[in-house]
Design a protein around this ligand. Sequence first.
Ligand SMILES: *Cc1c(COP(=O)(O)O)cnc(C)c1O
Length: 250
Amino acid sequence: MSSYIIDNLRKIHTRIEKACTLSKREVSEVRLLLATKTVNPENIKIALSNNEHLIGENKVQEVREKYEDLKSVPHEKHFIGHLQSNKIKDILKYGVTCIQSLDRLGLAEKLQNRLTLEDKHMDVFIQVNTSAEKSKFGVSPDAAVSLIKQVASFDRIHIKGLMTIGLFSDDKKKVRACFQLLKQLQQAIISENISNVSMKELSMGMSGDLEIAIEEGATIIRVGTAIFGERAYPDSHYWNENISNSETQR
Ligand SMILES: *Cc1c(COP(=O)(O)O)cnc(C)c1O
């Protein structure tokens, strides 16, 4: 019935392999994260039982709603959407192991407090707005190092890398520039030698631009549409602060 998901996964892995070959990287250096926003648990399970392991959700509500159904299937769950600080509790409750979208100090402070209270730890990536689009979240590249130094002082939060959403454009050079910027930032941060900061991970590349991201050093690519099909909502629903949950229009 839903074998299209398995077919699509095969196609994605072929694309990953080709891109790795071209850039002389090992396939094992690039992890596929399934971007599962709007995807029902049944379809997520099809992918997970087909050798996939890592999923990413954009909305805390979806993390919560799918939790029971997915609990019995081994997987790892990252949060990749805009996080409001009043939802931190749920992130901790429903098995998220990494927040890829940490982009501001206030959120980190509240996360640290909650983690301390619950005696827990959390991995994070710092989300950087490499495309300078106002509609996208993420710390500006100029402010990234300073934010990272501050977040690094929180003993319960462990920075593991950077995340970005590339420019949506047919101009591949401009898309590539976003990924190159993230890579440069990674190198700059490594050279600062900040304790409690690892810069191993670069989460970048989606359905349309994963090859470019792999060529530029992605260690995690986040793919939704090319696996599960088109979504009913535009991505602004997930990325634009001015559009709330209930009032999305096309
Ligand atoms: C939806 C989403 C993706 C995947 O995008 P596709 O174009 O569907 O592959 C990746 N990253 C984030 C943050 C997303 O919200």
